[in-house]
Design a protein around this ligand. Structure first.
Ligand code: PHE
Ligand code: ZN
Ligand code: ZN
Ligand code: ZN
Length: 297
C-alpha cells in the first residue's frame, strides 16, 4: 500500500479552514460553509476521474448534502465503502472533527486515482452531511438505498476525528474482544478490525478497541447489518496515565481539548496521528479492495 502524503492531507485541511473562515467560522449543516466544503471535495474527485453524486436531504428546515464518489471498476455486488462526516458544529471550523477524516479519505481516494488502481471489490467513498445533528446524512443514505443496493455494501469503514492533538489510537472493536460496552458489530466487523490492527502492528504503534457506541456514521450501517470498522484518535475523553505511557502526550487531559469548539482549527491537529491514520486507511483499501495482502514496508 502507498504511503499517503500528510502534506497533501493537511493541504485539504487548510482549504476547509479557509472555507470556514470565509463563511462565518463554521461548516455546519444549513450554513454556506457546508456546501462550499462539498464543492471543494467534489471538485477534487471529479478532476481525478471519480463518478460523483450529491444527494440532498432536508433536516431541521435546511437542505443537507451527502457526497458519494465511486471509483470505476471492481465487482458491483461487492462494495467496500469508506465514509467521513464533512459537517462541523456551528461553534467552529471542525478541522479535527471532522476535516481530518474527510481529508484523509479524500487523499486516499486521490491516490487510488493517481495509481489508476484496479480493484477486485468496487470502491465507494461517502462524505456525510448533518452528522452533528444526529447522523442525519448517513442515515438518509442507508435508509434510501433499496434492499438490493444495501446488500451489495459488504463493508463500511468510518473515519471521524483521526488527527486529535493529544491522540489515542483506537480501532472500532468489531468482535467486542474487550467484552465490555456495546457488543460486537455485524459479522465481518472483526475482520475489518484486524486489517487496521495489522497496519498499526506493522508500524509498532499499540492500539485499543473503541466501542460501536452509536456516536458516528457507522451507526446506520451496523443497524442495517453491514460489517463496519474504522479508526478514531479520541474526542472529549481524557487520556489515562496508562495511555500516555504507551502513546505519549498528556495524561489527565482530553484527547481533543478543542472538541466542538472554536479552537478546532488547523492548529488542533497532531500531524503524526493524522499521517498514521491516513496510511492505515490506504493499507485497508489496498488490502481489502485489491486482494493484495503484502504488509507495508
Ligand atoms: N461523532 C462524534 C462527533 O462528531 C465524535 C466521535 C467519533 C465520538 C467517534 C466517538 C467516536 O462529535
Ligand atoms: Zn462532532
Ligand atoms: Zn465527528
Ligand atoms: Zn476487537
Amino acid at each position: 500500500a502507498p504511503n499517503i502524503s500528510v502534506t497533501n492531507v493537511k493541504a485539504h485541511l487548510s482549504q476547509l479552514q479557509s472555507i470556514a473562515t470565509a463563511n462565518g467560522g463554521n461548516r455546519a449543516h444549513g450554513r454556506p460553509g457546508y456546501l462550499a466544503s462539498v464543492n471543494y471535495v467534489k471538485g477534487q474527485l471529479d478532476a481525478a476521474g471519480y463518478t460523483t453524486v450529491v444527494q440532498s436531504f432536508t433536516y431541521n428546515g435546511a437542505t443537507g448534502y451527502n457526497l458519494i464518489a465511486d471509483w470505476p471498476g471492481g465487482d458491483p455486488n461487492d462494495v467496500l465503502m469508506l465514509g467521513s462526516h464533512l459537517d462541523s458544529v456551528t461553534a467552529g471550523p471542525g478541522i479535527n472533527d471532522n476535516g481530518s477524516g474527510s481529508s484523509a479519505i479524500l487523499e486516499v481516494a486521490l491516490e487510488v486515482a493517481r495509481q489508476q488502481l484496479t480493484t477486485t471489490k468496487h470502491l465507494r467513498f461517502g462524505w456525510w452531511g448533518a452528522e452533528e445533528l444526529g447522523l442525519r446524512g448517513s442515515a438518509y443514505y442507508v435508509n434510501n438505498l433499496g434492499a438490493t443496493e444495501r446488500s451489495k455494501i459488504k463493508a463500511y469503514l468510518n473515519f471521524d476525528m483521526v488527527g486529535s492533538p493529544n491522540p489515542g489510537y483506537f480501532i472500532y472493536d468489531g468482535d467486542n474482544s474487550d467484552g465490555v460496552g456495546s457488543g460486537p458489530g455485524p459479522a465481518g466487523s472483526a475482520a475489518l478490525e484486524r486489517v487496521l490492527q495489522d497496519y498499526f502492528v506493522s508500524i509498532g504503534v499499540p492500539t485499543e478497541g473503541t466501542d460501536f457506541d452509536g456516536r458516528s456514521d457507522y451507526g446506520p450501517f451496523i443497524n442495517a447489518g453491514i460489517p463496519a470498522g474504522g479508526t478514531f484518535t479520541g474526542a472529549e475523553g481524557r487520556k489515562t496515565a496508562a495511555q500516555a505511557s504507551k502513546w505519549g502526550g498528556a495524561s489527565g487531559t482530553a484527547f481533543d481539548r478543542c472538541y466542538h469548539s472554536s479552537c478546532d482549527t488547523t492548529a488542533n491537529i497532531d500531524d503524526t496521528a493524522l499521517d498514521r491514520n491516513a496510511d492505515a486507511i490506504a493499507y485497508a483499501v489496498w488490502t481489502l479492495a485489491t486482494g493484495t495482502t503484502t504488509p507495508p514496508g
